[in-house]
Design a protein. Structure first.
Length: 252
């Protein structure tokens, strides 16, 4: 049970608080090195495989945005955190923002539409249409990123760079979605320069989509960079890094 092990070893409040502080520092340094404002890069804490207790520790250290890959696991955690937030002791706590960053099967779109605030892993129209149709009327529109297979991995999720403009234009017109940007998960690169070069291709793609127009609003979100490639992603223009291991520890 690796998940359980992770919880025992790593969900101590002090560990998560200090790892979060290190990651924030790392982001600020990478932004400044790139001549960017530290506040221009958001941190998404990827809490997949870790329990609600670990998320609570991160919230108590000021983190509000969380990324999850496995829908069923995520929904249980979201509900647990909603209950925790409803306790009087948490009355001043800011709302949490949940991002779906894992592959979505058609039969899971309703759960995603009902529980998440963002979906970053949309790579085909059918999924986007279902999310739009199933988004409850009393919730704000779902914020969407299209996942792009930027380095052409054969077995990878993500729309191809050639097809992303057409998909963006259609998704942007769906009533209960707001298309915000692109997400990419490139293969690990051997060094900073090559990692940065791949991320720069995703950034260029977003610029091309914005230049082509036909969207309900310009894209403003580049979700790229994880624990191992934060700095090159930020150098290439990332506006949101998705960090799991460096905050919560290894997933075994
Ligand atoms: C797991 C995951 C992350 C976090 O990766 P780390 O290397 O643990 O920081 C980021 N993005 C996606 C899409 C993931 O699946």
């Amino acid at each position: 049970m690796t998940t359980h092990q992770n919880l025992e070893v790593l969900s101590s409040p002090a560990a998560i608080a200090s790892q979060l502080a290190k990651v924030r520092q790392h982001i600020a340094e990478a932004a400044m090195a790139a001549g960017r404002a530290p506040g221009s890069v958001r941190l998404l804490a990827v809490s997949k495989t870790f329990g609600a207790d670990a998320v609570i520790e991160a919230v108590q250290s000021g983190q509000t945005a969380f990324g999850e890959n496995y829908i069923q696991e995520a929904v249980e955690k979201i509900q647990a955190l909603r209950q925790w937030l409803a306790e009087p002791a948490q009355s001043g706590q800011a709302a949490l923002e949940w991002h779906c960053i894992g592959p979505i099967q058609s039969n899971k779109t309703r759960l995603v539409a009902e529980h998440f605030d963002w979906v970053q892993s949309v790579d085909r129209l059918k999924i986007a249409q279902r999310l739009s149709e199933q988004r409850p009327a009393d919730l704000p529109p779902l914020q969407i990123c299209l996942q792009v297979n930027i380095d052409g991995g054969a077995n990878k999720s993500g729309v191809s760079p050639e097809d992303v403009l057409a998909l963006a234009q259609v998704v942007s017109s769906l009533p209960r979605l707001v298309l915000r940007g692109l997400m990419a998960i490139p293969e690990p690169a051997p060094d900073h320069a090559s990692a940065r070069a791949v991320h720069a291709r995703t950034a260029a793609l977003m610029a091309q989509i914005n230049a082509a127009g036909g969207l309900s609003q310009p894209l403003d979100t580049l979700s790229m960079g994880m624990s191992a490639d934060l700095a090159p992603a930020i150098a290439a223009g990332s506006t949101m890094v998705r960090v799991g291991t460096a905050i919560f520890g290894g997933r075994g």
